[in-house]
Design a binder for this molecule. Structure first.
Ligand SMILES: [Cu+2]
Length: 149
């Protein structure tokens, strides 16, 4: 019995190894806590090698990276409508994500990978008005902890 418990503890220890990559689920929704046409959550922080799984909450959405809002040299990705995709992020930096058909309605989110600085150029990337409003709200939330220090 004692041996069995020890073996279980070892197994648990291995499962908790920090190297084990994390996966965070983001839902694509017609309506969420922050209004209509949203990703929920709209801000995710990952370690390099972490994965976001974009889940279909409601139909007619997709997840795609926004040109100009990804680390330099990043190829980008684009899911099909109603497609649940898992995207692994290896390169540190900020990634702006949109739903292609609802970009103009402000359906966007932000992903931070590793240590990254939110540059002025990134903040000012040209996006539709409602997307601008959502991004500015996310940036304000990110900035808040710094201001409180
Ligand atoms: Cu959408």
């Amino acid at each position: 019995m004692r041996v069995k418990i020890a073996a279980t503890l070892i197994a648990l220890g291995l499962a908790a190894t920090p190297a084990l990559a994390e996966t965070i689920e983001v839902k694509m929704l017609n309506r969420g806590e922050n209004g209509s046409m949203v990703f929920e959550p709209d801000y995710v922080e990952l370690k390099p090698g972490g994965t976001v799984k974009f889940r279909v909450g409601h139909k007619s959405h997709n997840a795609a990276s926004i040109d100009g809002m990804v680390p330099e040299g990043y190829a980008g990705f684009k899911g099909q409508i109603n497609e649940e995709i898992e995207v692994t992020f290896d390169t540190p930096g900020f990634y702006g994500i949109k739903c292609s058909p609802h970009f103009a309605m402000g359906m966007v989110m932000l992903i931070k990978v590793g240590d990254a600085e939110l540059t002025e150029a990134f903040r000012k990337t040209d996006v539709p008005g409602r997307a601008r409003g959502r991004f500015d709200a996310i940036f304000a939330r990110i900035d808040q902890p710094k201001a409180a220090q």
